[in-house]
Write a protein that binds this ligand. Structure first.
Ligand code: NAD
Length: 500
């Protein structure tokens, strides 16, 4: 059965039939349930997606459990890594298929997905194959009374069946950021993609089959959170560990589910990330970086900036320059190379973001630019378009300056001292990322050390090296992923003591 087929191949209807992927086969939900997926660009129905029930999740977890003991477990490390290199190559070979599916689901500009989402989706398999092959071990020589001694060494064993619960903002990239290391470490996975972005995870099933990854190693179940596939998967007793990326409140619910059976969780959650712009910065670089960090992917990046603190001497100039850039950004069809920003993921999400746009005004903000819905041509009018928006004049206690909005918007506030900027940046329950713009090296070190976040970028934003630790402090996350840090979650470190 095809994983993504036109429901009616003889018509021009672009509506696709997106299936679950269980034990190497594309299957509809056993109960026959399916839900609609609409285009964020124009609101058109683009897919009917199989909605997994308890039985489907049970079958997927069962297949993953069986595969742990099957040919997958018998592969030598090099063979497993070769399969993952093959997955990366096959994603690249089918680059255009992944690009088309990702853009259809998200509405993001093709230029962005071409540069970030799809290449990173492939790279995540390669980097973690490299990591597991090169991770060094430790040996302790232990004296014993008979003088012969013992050797202690630690080996890494897979944790077992991993459930991966994924968000919609960077669907392939963030899903493979989990699946890559999980498989490299010898686990099997059941992925629950976001209901908003079902296609690329499903397409990856075709890649797994083409490359020869054994059935059951990679499984996909579609659906929602509570009362649907997300809940069924995270509460399933056959799941050994849960890795999650999404909202903090969802992460807390998943942590509760994981408490049954005392299963480990890795949580990558929300943020309210600050940018600190000092008067001694490279002004143009700070504007360019802040533009990207506020508006890239229509502001739907967990690492994105929603609070900008600018040192008072350059405050007015900074606000004016960011306004000019924001107003020059083109909203439009993802396929148009001139498009700088696409729509939000859904009408529902737009309602949420617009509620903050209204709240900003109620809270007394000055709307520097934006604040509403843009006029779009008729063929795009049904999409979830929104204006890039900048505010000033709010207090640090306002809802708009404290709660994660996840849209193309930021509040800019002036500050007068380094200590004040740090205190205000840290005055949040979140702690994912921060960016600091300064040409003073000592200040860069001082400020980075005092920021309560998992990631600090100095004179840059979203400059990623996949070997580095990635994750959030405070309520932005639990655990670190990336490079060898992913091994802490995806393996059990087992000590073997050999008496000589
Ligand atoms: P979300 O929490 O609404 O959903 C994420 C996933 O969880 C979806 O697959 C959803 O179906 C599932 N889910 C929802 N409720 C569930 C439940 N009770 N049990 C099991 N599964 C459940 O998040 P989203 O709206 O898809 O993504 C946006 C959020 O993700 C933002 O808060 C953003 O900051 C965060 N995010 C964080 C990172 C990071 O690395 N820290 C990266 C990307 C996105």
């Amino acid at each position: 059965m095809q994983r993504i087929a036109k429901t009616n191949p003889s018509s021009d209807s672009p509506v696709r039939n997106v299936l679950n992927f269980v034990d190497g086969a594309f299957v509809p939900a056993m109960g026959g349930r399916a839900f609609d997926k609409r285009s964020p660009v124009n609101g058109a129905l683009i897919a009917r997606v199989a909605e997994a029930g308890r039985d489907d999740v049970d079958a997927a977890v069962g297949a993953a459990r069986a595969a742990l003991r099957g040919p997958w477990a018998d592969l030598a490390l090099q063979q497993r890594c070769d399969l993952l290199y093959g997955v990366a190559d096959e994603i690249n070979r089918r680059f255009d298929d992944f690009l088309e599916a990702e853009v259809a689901d998200t509405g993001k500009p093709v230029s962005l997905a071409r540069q970030i989402d799809i290449p990173r989706g492939a790279a995540n398999f390669k980097i973690f194959a490299d990591v597991v092959k090169n991770v060094p071990g430790e040996v302790f020589e232990t004296p014993t009374p008979d003088g012969a001694g013992a050797l202690n060494f630690a080996v890494r064993a897979p944790v077992g069946v991993v459930a991966a619960i994924c968000p919609w903002n960077l669907p392939l990239l963030l899903m493979t950021w989990k699946v890559g290391p999980a498989l490299a470490c010898g686990n099997t996975v059941v992925v629950k993609p976001s209901e908003e972005t079902p296609q690329t995870a499903t397409l990856l099933g075709e890649v797994m089959n083409a490359v020869g990854v054994p059935g059951g190693v990679y499984n996909v179940v579609h659906g929602f959170g509570p009362g649907s596939a997300g809940e069924y998967l995270t509460t399933h007793p056959g799941v050994d560990a849960i890795t999650f990326t999404g909202e903090t409140r969802t992460g807390a619910a998943i942590m509760k589910a994981a408490a049954d059976g005392a299963r480990p969780v890795s949580l990558e959650m929300g943020g309210k990330n600050p940018a600190l712009v000092f008067a001694d910065c490279d002004f143009d670089a700070a504007i360019e970086g802040t533009m990207r960090s506020c508006f890239a992917n229509c502001g739907q990046v967990c690492l994105g900036t929603e609070r900008v603190y600018v040192e008072r001497p350059i405050f007015e100039r900074f606000v004016a320059a960011l306004k000019e850039k924001a107003e020059a950004m083109r909203l439009g069809s993802p396929a148009d190379p001139g498009t700088g920003m696409g729509p939000l993921i859904s009408q529902e999400h737009r309602d949420k973001v617009l509620s903050y746009y209204r709240k900003a005004v109620e809270e007394g903000a000055t709307v520097v630019t934006g604040g509403g819905i843009p006029e779009m041509p008729e063929d795009l009018a049904g999409g979830s378009w929104i204006q890039p928006t900048i505010w000033t004049g709010l207090s640090d206690e306002a809802a708009v300056t404290t709660e994660e909005i996840f849209g193309p918007c930021c509040h800019i506030a002036p500050f007068d001292s380094e200590a004040e900027a740090i205190d205000r940046a840290n005055a949040t329950k979140y702690g994912l990322a921060a960016s600091v713009w300064t040409t003073n090296l000592a200040r860069a070190h001082r400020v980075s050390a005092r920021l309560e976040t998992g990631i600090v970028w100095v004179n840059s934003w979203f400059l990623r090296d996949l070997r580095t630790p990635f994750g959030g402090a405070k309520q932005s996350g639990i655990g670190r992923e990336g490079g060898v840090y992913s091994l802490e979650f995806y393996t059990e470190l087992k000590n073997v003591c050999i008496k000589l």
